[in-house]
Design a binder for this molecule. Structure first.
Ligand code: PMP
Length: 363
């Protein structure tokens, strides 16, 4: 070879494509493509950032103790079982790199988050994709796919981009039937939005098992996507392994301080969840009334299915909306070529979406 070449398989990875940011030529743009909160971050988090900004010459605390302590107190957990990451993306990557290698398999679901197969392949392992039923994870299909090579199962609950959720009873059943050697990763990035009595994001399951972890993020309801803050709760043995392979200062000081402040501002997060519930309901009703199909969602986004009619398909709607400054997420890469994902926005953005989709459907 004349040039350095990466490990076999790495060039088969399709890079992650983030949501669109721009609508060329349109002055006023609403970005509704990355499930960011329309309400910003807690004022307490912003103040914490300003405080830290006065001492940028100092390394951050490599243990992120203040952040782990805040999470532990608010959620009633032991901080030794918590690990923080540069976004939950980093934690998902650490898990893959620590628990997977060539010859191993990891199970993902049909419309699952695209970071999983990327990290599985990056670790040299093979993703095994199982079917979903009605855009919802099918626990029995996962169990049927388990082989002697299975090392990890990645399960987003709620799912992205579907917005659907798996009842805790099914998650418990999945865990009970999995071999003890398989690590079950419950990705609960949208946990704070879920209003279901049986939903516990997996906390209780982690507490009682050696092979379950739950990942969470500050990028959604806490409004800190720019700072990249994620956390996970897991057995001590798993945390210990990941602490060996992570970078020594994987969270920056702004992220640690802002995350801790945001976690303690529970009133802010609750108000954000209330706002989301209100508009999730209003948008679902309005879009359904237009004749669009909307997958019932427990998150801060809606999956909208377009008619299979010339001029009315998802790419047509995408172009129509983008021309009006409304940026949604195309989800063809998730196996959903005739749907768009809409993040709940400000009142102004949501009303603009309803108005534009009314014009699109009537046009
Ligand atoms: N998991 C799921 C299901 C997600 O939708 C996202 C955000 N797109 C993430 C994990 C990653 O979030 P972050 O890295 O910002 O914490």
């Amino acid at each position: 070879p004349v040039a350095p070449s990466p490990r076999p398989g790495l060039l088969d990875i399709a890079p992650y494509v983030p949501g669109k940011e721009h609508a060329p030529g349109v002055a006023k743009v609403f970005k509704l493509s990355s499930n960011e909160t329309p309400l910003g971050a807690s004022p307490a988090a912003l103040e914490a950032v300003r405080d830290v900004a006065g001492a940028l010459e100092r390394y951050p605390d490599g243990q992120a103790l203040a952040l782990r302590q805040a999470i532990a107190e608010v959620h009633g957990l032991n901080r030794d079982h918590i690990l923080c990451g540069n976004g939950s993306d980093e934690l998902l990557g650490l898990i893959a790199h620590a628990y997977l290698g060539p010859g191993d398999e990891a199970i993902v679901t049909e419309h699952g988050f695209l970071v999983y197969p990327i990290q599985i392949r990056a670790a040299g392992a093979t993703p095994v994709t199982v079917r979903e039923r009605d855009l919802t994870v099918d626990v029995d299909a996962i169990l049927a796919a388990v082989s002697e090579r299975t090392r990890v199962v990645f399960l987003a609950n709620p799912g992205n981009p579907t917005g659907t959720y798996v009842p805790m009873e099914d998650v418990r059943r999945l865990h009970a039937a999995l071999p003890k050697s398989v690590l079950l990763v419950l990705d609960a990035a949208y946990a704070e939005y879920v209003r279901r009595n049986d939903y516990a994001a997996g906390i209780e399951l982690v507490s009682g098992a050696e092979n379950v972890v739950m990942t969470r993020t500050f990028s959604k309801i806490h409004g800190l996507a720019a700072l990249r803050v994620g956390w996970m709760y897991g057995p001590k043995a798993v945390i210990d392994v990941l602490n060996r392979v992570r970078g020594p200062f994987n969270l920056n000081a702004l992220a640690i301080a802002a995350g801790a402040a945001a976690m303690r501002d529970r009133a802010f997060a609750e108000a954000a969840a209330d706002f989301n519930m209100l508009w999730l309901g209003r948008l679902s009703a309005a879009l359904t009334a237009l004749g669009l199909k909307v997958t019932p969602s427990v998150t801060n986004f809606l999956l909208i299915h377009f008619p299979d009619v010339d001029g009315k398909r998802a790419p047509d709607a995408d172009a129509f909306l983008t021309a009006r400054g409304l940026i949604l997420r195309g989800v063809a890469g998730y196996g959903l070529p005739n749907a768009l994902r809409l993040t709940i926005g400000t009142e102004e953005a949501n009303l603009a979406v309803i108005e534009a989709l009314t014009a699109f459907m009537e046009g």
